[in-house]
Design a binder for this molecule. Structure first.
Ligand code: C2E
Ligand code: CA
Ligand code: CA
Length: 751
């Protein structure tokens, strides 16, 4: 251990004490030397004189800040001189030993002081055995005086040092107090930081019982402080860590490392709490672990954000079911796995959903989709994977149905039947009192174990082809994919492509079909389009109108027909004979914003008389947007154009709409006309329609009159009826019609 001096070596007070001692010793040396010379004690005088250079040297070392060397020299040098003087002083100088020992304890520390004690004892033993002490001084009186003086000075130095050391201790206590205050201030700062931290902080003892939690912990978990203090952390804080994890974490902590990890903890009410946790040991100044601190960062927000992103990507927001993207991924997964039995993919689409949406609005149709989704989930076994694809279209994947295709097909059909029945039961829509029940079309495709990867990925396309085919078949149809369906899809794509190039190339043809009274007087014609396909020959509109309606092609096609019809109508023969032309207008064409301006431009360009033009609309036009349709029809009436309701009786015509709209003509569908002479029901229906038309003062055109008996009947019911059909003539190319029906000279026929 170091002596006081070294501990406080840079303390001015201690240095002054040592300097005082040095001056005192040199003064003593001088006095003793003078007295020695006076009493002829030359040896004593010489030795005493040595005290002076010793003191000077010590002073020099002190000045050059070699504290340790100065102290060592001072203590040991004086001790050595005292020892050497023992003989001359008659042993009296030995009495200086205790003084030097005390000084040594003060200045050099206990180890060196003990060393000095041992050496002093050895010297005394040596002097005593060698008889050195017996050769006592000649002048013991002087020796006693000098010893007294020396001790006095040294005692003064010791007292001074003791005083100074005392004040040093007081200083030290003050310093300690200041330090304590400082560290307390520091502690308060840390405490406040911990208290206010937005992260949960928990401190446990080494037995992992909670001894401290901050406010953030309480706020996040919902515990009260008294509920957690003293509780094991695994019950209230780190419950998400299982036993083996905890053991490993403790091992890691014991090795002095910090443990980090993520875990799912729980709040007081049992809610999940995803947290990233850091546990660190707290050590005492001796290096022992005395506590553990847990710093916990709440990941719930991140987890929520992750989940939200996941939901956006993979789930349909309306029904909460997986979306198309999920289905595609799932199918891809299936395609890569081993397959031992057939999987079946069933697509379901609610019939006439767009009609429902137009009639009831977005909100109710969303509710309908949601209700259908829920009903499907209820009706399906748990292992069936269900997704919403679009609109009211759902996909259901039946995995491992049956090992063999035929049995799987059978099962799929049964499932489809069960779903159909489930959807027929009333559906309750939120925000609506009335219940709904829906019918649906379904298309299915099988994934057989032997099928290649390509086929597996195509299954969705196959099923949607089958669904498309089912929809063509009418409401409630279910179709299983057959390879020929794919061919049809290809054909439709080809039609769309060829039509796109064919219209500008002039491949469309205008045909006319006569409309005449019961007495055979021609009153006009219906304009019917044909397509002269370069490879397939002349095509009926039945083969391409629907494809055209799936894209904007119908606008080009309809525009062409309208222009050709007006060019024809502009010929004087029509005005002269008061003949009318009826042009079919598709619902899409009619609903398009450019329809009215285009029509007006055509009338202006061709000079056709709008009063001779009839536009044939189907009820689909009215269903799309009733108000808009009514406005448009009124605008057409302003121009003088007449409106015919085509295919009357097949759609959803309400008497109300007939009454509300300025319609001039009803076209009774071919289906009723052809049955009117055989089926009593059809006959009754046609009669009723004719009655209705008479009440509403509408002209009636009966389509598809093929037999004289049909014509007779119709004439009986309504003598003013206009007829159109094979009986009166098939549709003819426009020039041929003009020549044959009107007998117009060739010069007039070419528009
Ligand atoms: P639609 O408007 O009902 O036209 C009547 C259809 O019945 C015509 O078929 C006509 O050829 C056929 N038809 C006439 N009399 C008889 C008959 O006595 N017996 C039988 N079995 N059929 C008869 P087409 O020309 O094939 O037209 C089919 C449908 O294509 C039309 O039905 C119409 O909806 C649509 N369409 C035709 N031309 C156009 C057009 O220029 N624009 C639009 N948007 N659609 C058109
Ligand atoms: Ca028509
Ligand atoms: Ca028709």
């Amino acid at each position: 251990m170091q002596g006081q001096f070294f501990e406080a070596k840079n303390r001015l007070s201690m240095r002054y004490a040592l300097r005082f001692a040095c001056i005192w010793m040199s003064a003593l040396g001088a006095v003793v030397a003078a007295a020695g010379l006076f009493t002829a004690e030359t040896a004593l005088a010489a030795l005493s004189l040595l005290l002076i250079p010793l003191a000077v040297l010590t002073q020099a070392l002190l000045r050059s800040q070699h504290w340790q060397a100065a102290t060592l020299l001072f203590c040991w040098g004086n001790w050595a001189l005292a020892t050497a003087t023992i003989g001359g002083s008659g042993g009296m100088a030995a009495m200086a030993f205790p003084v030097w020992l005390v000084i040594a304890v003060w200045l050099l520390g206990t180890t060196q002081a003990l060393c000095m004690l041992g050496l002093s004892a050895l010297a005394l033993l040596l002097f005593w055995t060698t008889g050195y002490l017996d050769a006592a001084a000649h002048n013991p009186g002087l020796a006693a005086l000098l010893y007294a003086l020396g001790s006095l000075g040294l005692a003064a130095a010791i007292t001074l040092m003791a005083r100074l050391s005392l004040s040093h201790r007081a200083q030290k206590s003050l310093d300690m107090l200041a330090l304590l205050e400082e560290s307390q201030q520091e502690l308060r700062k840390f405490h406040r930081a911990v208290e206010q931290s937005p992260e949960s902080i928990v401190i446990t003892d080494t037995a992992l019982n909670v001894i401290y939690v901050n406010d953030a912990f309480l706020a996040r978990t919902g515990y009260a402080r008294e509920e957690v203090l003293g509780q094991p952390t695994e019950l209230v804080s780190t419950m998400g860590m299982d036993r083996s994890h905890r053991r490993r974490a403790l091992e890691q902590l014991a090795s002095g490392a910090v443990w980090r990890g993520e875990m799912s903890n729980r709040t007081r009410s049992g809610e999940a709490l995803r947290e990233s946790v850091l546990v660190a040991p707290i050590r005492s100044s001796q290096g022992q672990v005395v506590n553990y601190v847990e710093l916990k960062h709440d990941l719930s927000e991140r987890v929520l954000a992750d989940r939200r992103i996941h939901d956006l990507v993979y789930l349909d927001p309306l029904t909460g079911l997986p979306n198309r993207h999920s289905l595609v991924l799932h199918l891809r997964e299936l395609a890569t796995g081993a397959q031992s039995a057939c999987h079946g993919l069933l697509l379901l689409d609610v019939d006439r959903f767009s009609v429902f949406r137009d009639a009831h609005g977005m909100q109710h149709s969303d509710e309908l989709v949601r209700a259908v989704g829920m009903r499907l989930v209820e009706a399906l076994p748990d292992n069936v994977w269900i997704a919403r694809l679009a609109g009211a279209e759902f996909a259901m994947l039946f995995e491992n149905l049956e090992p063999h295709g035929q049995a799987a097909e059978q099962r799929l059909r049964q499932q489809a039947q069960a779903l159909k029945l489930a959807l027929q039961k009333p559906l309750h829509l939120r925000g609506r009192l009335e219940t709904e029940s829906v019918s649906c079309c379904m298309g299915a495709a099988l994934l057989e174990p032997g099928a290649g990867g390509a086929d597996q990925q195509e299954v969705l396309r196959f099923a949607s082809v089958a669904l498309h085919e089912a929809k063509q078949n009418g409401p409630g149809s279910v179709m299983l994919f057959e390879p020929r369906m794919a061919e049809e899809v290809h054909k439709r794509m080809r039609i769309a492509r060829d039509l796109r190039s064919g219209i500008p190339l002039g491949e469309l043809r205008l045909y006319l079909q006569t409309q005449a009274t019961a007495r055979g007087v021609c009153v006009g014609a219906e304009v019917l389009v044909r397509w002269q396909h370069p490879q397939w020959g002349l095509l009926s509109p039945v083969e391409f109108i629907e494809v055209a309606e799936e894209s904007e092609l119908i606008l080009d096609l309809g525009g062409w027909v309208l222009r050709q019809a007006c060019l024809l109508l502009a010929q004087p023969v029509f005005a002269e004979r008061g003949l009318r032309l009826s042009v079919n207008v598709s619902a899409i064409q009619f609903g398009h914003e450019g329809f009215m301006p285009a029509l007006q431009a055509v009338l202006r360009d061709t000079g056709a008389n709008p009063h001779l033009l009839t536009l044939e609309l189907t009820e689909g036009v009215l269903l799309r947007d009733w108000d808009e349709a009514r406005t448009r029809i009124l605008a057409l009436r302003e121009l003088g154009i007449e409106i015919a309701l085509d295919d009357f009786g097949t759609g959803y015509s309400s008497m109300y709409s007939l009454k509300q709209l300025p319609i001039q003509e009803l076209k009774i569908d071919r289906g009723f006309v052809s049955g009117s002479h055989g089926s009593a029901t059809d006959a009754a229906l046609v009669e009723a329609m004719l009655l209705l038309a008479r009440r509403l003062h509408l002209r009636v055109v009966a389509e598809g009159v093929e037999l004289p008996v049909q014509a007779e009947r119709l004439q009986q019911w309504n003598p003013d009826i206009v007829m159109q059909g094979l009986l009166l003539g098939e549709p003819l190319p426009q020039q041929q019609w003009l020549a044959e029906v009107l007998g117009a000279p060739d010069s007039l026929q070419q528009p």
